[in-house]
Design a protein. Structure first.
Length: 277
């Protein structure tokens, strides 16, 4: 186990016909950048949590478990820049880091939102860079089914929210009811607020990396894919629509760059659906 006594997250319940989605506002703040190389004791989490439906990439518990096995019983540093993603993958990664037998230092180098913020709480020490943010909210999923399925999903999500509130409260010392209220409101926490509020131990003088062309392309496609998924489109339908947002080389077209957020993407979805029917 790590040096700090952190509670375990139990997420035994499952939700049928559910899909975990990254919130659009988290994607809009996410600035992808390349992983650091050459440091065998550093784990990088620079992508969505779980397998991304569009790219097939993402950070999985299997990858983190393999990295920890390679590191062995040595101190580990975990660099995070992620908009979140799959709740269960995030819980598993949190528990893996929590059980590491040496010191775990987490460094937030951009954004640690949703499931990524849970992973961040596994650090014995948490550092956050200038202009970086944490984001906490209630578990967020798309569920399809009858009323019994939805009732089961509601109960499961409430349990997950309670587990997350326990983790945040234990790590920060903030009253659990206040943490739950912050989750209800979906709260973004700046670097200064994170340090003063107990969400991080110190601020590091390393600004978030600027957004380059490739990073902007990645984020644009991720925002589009999330909007299409919330509209209820299948994976194959989403891929077909995303092709209309890209040019022949597979990079976002000028039309895609003109879409800064989910609202514009929703309108684009309607136009694209009309064109395909």
């Amino acid at each position: 186990m790590s040096l700090r006594q952190l509670p375990e997250i139990r997420a035994d319940a499952s939700i049928q016909n559910a899909r975990w989605e990254v919130r659009p506002d988290a994607l809009e703040r996410f600035i992808p950048h390349a992983a650091d190389a050459g440091d065998p004791e550093t784990i990088t989490i620079y992508d969505q949590i779980g397998v991304d439906a569009w790219t097939g990439e993402g950070v999985t518990a299997k990858r983190i478990a393999g990295a920890l096995r390679s590191i062995g019983e040595r101190d580990v540093r975990v660099n995070i820049n992620s908009p979140g993603g799959d709740f269960f993958e995030g819980v598993t990664i949190y528990n893996l880091l929590r059980e590491h037998k040496a010191k775990v230092t987490v460094r937030v180098l951009g954004v640690a939102a949703s499931a990524a913020s849970i992973i961040a709480m596994a650090g014995d020490e948490i550092e956050i860079a200038m202009a970086s943010h944490l984001m906490i909210h209630n578990a967020w999923a798309v569920v399809v089914g009858n009323r019994h399925d939805l009732e089961q999903a509601q109960d499961a999500l409430a349990s997950f929210d309670g587990s997350m509130a326990d983790i945040y409260s234990a790590r920060t010392g903030i009253d659990r009811k206040k943490v739950a209220s912050m989750m209800d409101a979906e709260t973004w926490i700046s670097a200064d607020a994170a340090v003063s509020g107990g969400w991080a131990d110190r601020k590091i003088n390393e600004p978030a990396k600027p957004e380059g062309i490739e990073a902007k392309q990645t984020r644009t496609l991720a925002v589009a894919e999330a909007a299409f998924a919330r509209a209820g489109l299948s994976r194959s339908e989403r891929r077909s629509l995303l092709k209309d947002l890209t040019n022949s080389s597979g990079t976002p077209s000028a039309a895609a760059y003109a879409m800064p957020g989910a609202g514009d993407l929703a309108a684009a979805l309607q136009r694209l659906q009309s064109n395909l029917t």
